[in-house]
Design a protein around this ligand. Structure first.
Ligand code: BMA
Length: 331
């Protein structure tokens, strides 16, 4: 197949990277030093997972889900020169919020981060009478500002697109329930101002096997010559509970609620010990991707067993060929 698909975006020559092991045919492969962030990376942490990293200045910055030793979920700011060794603040982010009605801190988790227009936006699973999508921003990863929640409860996995689409801000999310949601499809919403969200569109739902119970968007979608490349998590309900794996889909560039192609087999499923054993066993949960437009390299950060953070790699041309090829057998 032609290796022609390209990332539309900036070059990132310092992207964390390891080549695929010689002889391996894996479409996505793990960093040999996984987990790259351990559970006890800061003194207060019980676990650090489902976290987001972006290029920042000459290195990288991120927002990290750190559950503390009271087993409360918070998000912390952090920085790194190489995208692998992070200095994570010991205290959670303290958002400035002009609206006292929504400023109550109950629990924050599963952040996504992106550069959009003039600042870094953060979305996360916020608690406002149930889980919903929190939205905030920062210029420097020191001071953070909280905006209005995007949706009513219950919703999880709010993920912005990295630019306006058809003149509107755009977001993927997964409506849910108050607990360990037994269903979940991916929806698209748009907004003129990041406050009022509407024109909701169904993107895709569950199918079979690893993505038969629920699915949810992962990292910020990646713009490519073939459409938006969206990594997502899919859940299987086994007799031992939920199993979270990672897949990818291509969405139409102007109408991202139209699915061009979608993986039938998973790209990564819980198989390594740190993915199978932890506070919640058998979880691979992607929340961020770094990309280098020059080489087509993609590095995906993912939570492992709700305990530690892993890094996995793929190439844009290979992954798009794979999605298109496997999609032919999918529906
Ligand atoms: C989801 C979220 C994630 C978590 C996953 C597996 O519902 O709560 O934060 O990683 O379950 O426990």
């Amino acid at each position: 197949m032609a290796a022609s698909s390209k990332i539309i975006g900036s070059s990132l020559p310092n992207i964390p990277w390891q080549d695929r092991k010689p002889g391996s045919s894996e479409i996505m492969w793990r960093h040999s030093g996984n987990p790259v962030i351990s559970r006890d990376h800061i003194p207060s942490s019980n676990s650090i997972f489902n976290s987001a990293v972006v290029p920042y200045k000459d290195g990288f910055a991120g927002v990290f889900r750190c559950d503390n030793k009271n087993r409360q979920a918070w998000i912390h700011s952090g920085q790194s020169t190489d995208g692998i060794n992070f200095e994570i603040d010991h205290e959670p982010i303290d958002f400035e919020c002009a609206e006292p009605d929504i400023a109550e801190r109950v629990e924050w988790y599963d952040p996504r981060v992106l550069w959009l227009e003039d600042r870094y936006y953060v979305t996360w699973c916020n608690f406002y009478h149930g889980p919903t999508i929190g939205v905030g921003y920062t210029y420097d990863f020191k001071k953070f500002y909280q905006m209005e929640n995007a949706f009513l409860p219950y919703n999880r996995n709010g993920v912005f697109f990295p630019r306006k689409i058809n003149g509107r801000y755009a977001m993927l999310s997964r409506p849910s329930d108050a607990g360990h949601t037994a269903y979940g499809d991916i929806f698209y919403s748009e907004s003129p101002d990041m406050c009022y969200w509407g024109k909701h569109r169904f993107v895709m739902g569950t199918t079979i096997g690893w993505q038969s119970k629920k699915i949810g968007p992962g990292p910020v979608p990646i713009e490519t010559t073939e459409g938006w490349l969206m990594f997502y998590h899919g859940v299987l309900y086994s007799c031992n509970g939920f199993v979270y794996s990672m897949g990818a889909a291509l969405l139409d560039i102007d109408k991202p609620w139209k699915v061009v192609a979608r993986t039938k087999p998973y790209l990564l499923s819980p198989q390594e010990l740190y993915e199978c054993v932890g506070d919640v066993p058998n979880v691979v949960f992607p929340c961020a991707a770094l990309t280098d437009a020059d080489t087509g390299r993609i590095a995906v950060y993912y939570g492992c067993a709700d305990t530690v953070t892993g890094l996995a790699f793929c190439k844009v041309d290979e992954i798009i060929d794979y999605i298109k090829g496997s999609s032919n057998n999918c529906f």
